[in-house]
Design a protein around this ligand. Structure first.
Ligand SMILES: NC(=O)c1ccc[n+]([C@@H]2O[C@H](COP(=O)([O-])OP(=O)(O)OC[C@H]3O[C@@H](n4cnc5c(N)ncnc54)[C@H](OP(=O)(O)O)[C@@H]3O)[C@@H](O)[C@H]2O)c1
Length: 260
């Protein structure tokens, strides 16, 4: 299988690096730098011009949604009709990709960057023009670094984007806030970062492997009137649930806006 990666930024790198050895890769990005880094990582070939990329079976579109118009203008007509296009762009609909690229077989995905450590999440929606065999092959590729969730209803991709697509950033931000506070309270920044990371990783592993609900896991570590209880009470009283809901609503609106 030959896969052309058009746009080789953070997300494309995290997704494609674990696929090393599973296909032949061609990479392209306007500046060339990140395409070259990705090509080196997967033993692929970097191309300086779109027109020079040999015909591939799959074209993965890895640019930002705002960069898609320009990319589409440059690549339209260069993708063989038999190829499948995979988009990792937030918001951009299958219909828009089909129209702009004049290609029917489109798979829209919403990945996340933990794919680079084999713990990613990919939401996937396929247009009817993609055969089940191709969907299966593409799912296998993504499974190199991620757990794949398929959705028949495309609108679910926008729904999950603020949770799994953006989710890692929320955790990184929480980690930054907590470790900054630890430093202010006298812990070295190196130790603070390591302790927060390990706390999150261990807790996340429990969320993955335990049969208990998230609420039960939280209750297990919260004694009434204890230390944790005091902190959680402040979260609740300061409106954390409604802050989280507003944040998700804002991200969801933005995802839908990008599709217009
Ligand atoms: N980052 C995440 O956590 C995340 C999660 C889920 C989904 N996504 C989606 O992934 C996509 C990429 O995000 P990112 O964070 O990886 O962005 P990024 O790091 O800025 O990468 C964008 C890539 O697209 C290339 N590019 C820009 N204009 C182009 C054009 N006209 N033709 C071809 N390539 C072009 C850039 O080239 P240069 O290298 O030359 O600048 C760069 O390699 C977005 O659509 C986003 O919605 C991201």
């Amino acid at each position: 299988m030959k896969i052309a990666i058009i746009g080789c930024g953070n997300m494309a790198y995290a997704l494609v690096a674990p696929m090393k050895g599973m296909a032949k890769f061609y990479t392209y990005s306007p500046s060339g730098i990140r395409a070259s880094v990705l090509a080196d990582e997967v033993n692929g070939t970097q191309f300086e011009e779109l027109a020079k990329i040999p015909a591939a079976d799959i074209y993965m579109i890895g640019c930002k949604p705002q960069q898609f118009e320009e990319l589409a203008k440059n690549i339209r007509g260069l993708i063989p009709n038999s190829a499948t296009v995979i988009s990792i762009m937030a918001g951009i609909t299958v219909a828009k990709i089909q129209k702009k690229l004049n290609i029917e077989a489109v798979i829209r995905t919403m990945p996340n960057t933990p794919a680079i450590v084999g713990r990613g999440v990919v939401a996937l929606h396929s247009s009817c023009a993609v055969s089940p065999t191709i969907v299966e092959k593409i799912t296998k590729l993504f499974e190199s670094g991620s757990q794949v969730f398929s959705f028949d209803d495309e609108s679910m991709i926008d729904v999950i984007t603020p949770f799994s697509g953006s989710g890692p950033a929320y955790l990184f931000e929480l980690g930054r806030i907590f470790s900054e506070q630890m430093v202010q309270m006298g812990v070295s920044s190196e130790i603070a970062q390591k302790m927060i990371a390990q706390t999150f990783a261990g807790s996340a592993q429990m969320m993955v492997s335990s049969e208990k609900s998230f609420e039960e896991l939280r209750t297990d570590v919260t004694s009434k009137n204890g230390v944790t209880y005091e902190a959680l009470k402040v979260f609740q009283d300061s409106g954390l649930p409604s802050i989280a809901k507003s944040a998700i609503d804002a991200a969801y609106s933005r995802a839908k806006e990008l599709s217009l």
